[in-house]
Design a protein around this ligand. Structure first.
Ligand code: AKG
Ligand code: FE2
Length: 366
């Protein structure tokens, strides 16, 4: 019997159903999408169209800055793993990813002092390009990330309802107040396959945290998600949508009822322009231990998982620590594995525990 999770397309949910007296329909569609697919398009999201147009417009301009200006913002400068990475500096399961990227984040003032756990240093200021080189970039991206942050919290309430939980059921995973948190974003460039060495934009991986909200900033194919039969399903760009997907953290706390789905990006075809994307990764509090925070899911919801049958094909690495460690440590370990050069410089002790033989040449994206 074909399990329901052998989806052949990513469902589209229209956010305006909520304002049109059709919340029940939205919630039912959301339940189906998070349980059986782990990915959805959110059409007409409550994010300003002007801001979306503006960040899409800025993306190529950011990468067109002189190499020297980009290298000034290199991630190695930052204990918060924020900043620039050149093409080819990340690997996924041993194979080189063909993408260039800037990690940025919502504003956050770091209050770590020596003696406190290292993972409390994970959040902090972004490295922004010079205002004179790309005027308005910082303000525009900060405003965009703020709006997606607000959406992300609204979305976790809707998700709670879809799982027959009270709307505030996910609150214990966030800081109090919720605004006292940092969420991460990226601006990513995938050059066409003839410009790079190989077609792996980014290899198959799971996202780590709670929810990801992805803006596909080019009208190009490339993003694909894997169903439980192992087939790769295209997630072609659709105007006025964000792509939303479940991270391993959320999958863990929902006891696997919601699905973190493996996905990858294939480099754009020969001769085509570069593909740009702008993901937003919703974080959870650095201090929560997910293993201690099971949600009280009702039986009829737990049964949806059995009805679904299988889970994704891609092997999951890096997430076993969620069972016992604070989420901040899980994230920090993931970041050091992805960016060993940053780890070696800013977290030498933990770096040596993870890599007793010294630095690998490249880090693993996941
Ligand atoms: O660029 C994309 O479309 C997806 C990127 C992605 O999956 C990631 O960076 O985690
Ligand atoms: Fe991803």
């Amino acid at each position: 019997m074909a399990s329901e999770a052998n989806f052949s397309a990513v469902p589209v949910l229209d956010f305006t159903l909520l304002d049109r007296g059709k919340k029940d329909q939205f919630i039912a569609e959301l339940r189906h999408a998070v349980v059986n697919v782990g990915f959805l398009y959110l059409a007409n999201p409550p994010v300003s169209k002007e801001l979306i147009d503006s960040v899409v417009d800025y993306a190529p301009k950011l990468f067109a800055l002189p190499q020297e200006a980009k290298d000034k913002l290199v991630m190695r400068n930052s204990p918060h793993f924020l900043g620039y990475n050149r093409l080819g500096s990340e690997f996924t399961k041993g194979a080189q990813d063909q993408r260039e990227q800037f990690d940025i984040a919502t504003e956050y003032e770091n209050r770590w002092t020596p003696g406190q756990p290292d993972y409390l240093r994970l959040w902090g200021p972004s490295q922004w390009p010079d205002e004179s080189e790309i005027p308005g970039f910082r303000q525009t991206f900060s405003a965009y990330l703020r709006q997606v942050e607000a959406l992300s919290f609204q979305f976790t309430s809707l998700l709670a309802e879809a799982l027959s939980l009270p709307p505030d059921a996910f609150d214990p995973f966030f800081n109090v107040p919720k605004e006292d948190m940092q969420h991460r974003g990226k601006v990513v460039k995938y050059p066409s396959v003839d410009q790079v060495s190989g077609s792996q934009g980014v290899g198959p991986h799971f996202d780590a945290g709670f929810l990801t909200f992805l803006l596909q900033a080019s009208d190009l194919p490339g993003l694909q998600v894997q169903n439980t039969s192992g087939e790769w399903i295209d997630v072609l760009p659709k105007p006025h949508t964000l792509v939303v997907n479940i991270g391993k953290g959320l999958e863990t706390v929902t006891q696997g009822v919601t699905l973190a789905t493996s996905h990858r990006v294939i480099s754009p075809p020969v001769g085509s322009p570069a593909r740009y994307s702008i993901p937003f990764f919703q974080n959870i509090s650095l201090t929560v231990r997910l293993g201690e925070m099971r949600l009280d899911l009702p039986d009829h919801i737990l049964k949806l998982k059995e009805a679904r049958g299988g889970t994704g094909k891609t092997e999951s690495v890096n997430f076993s620590e969620y069972a016992s460690e604070p989420s901040g440590l899980v994230s920090l370990i993931g970041r050091i594995k992805s960016h060993p050069d940053v780890g070696e410089r800013h977290y030498p002790k933990l770096f040596r525990q993870l890599f007793p033989q010294g630095a690998p040449k490249f880090g693993d994206a996941y």
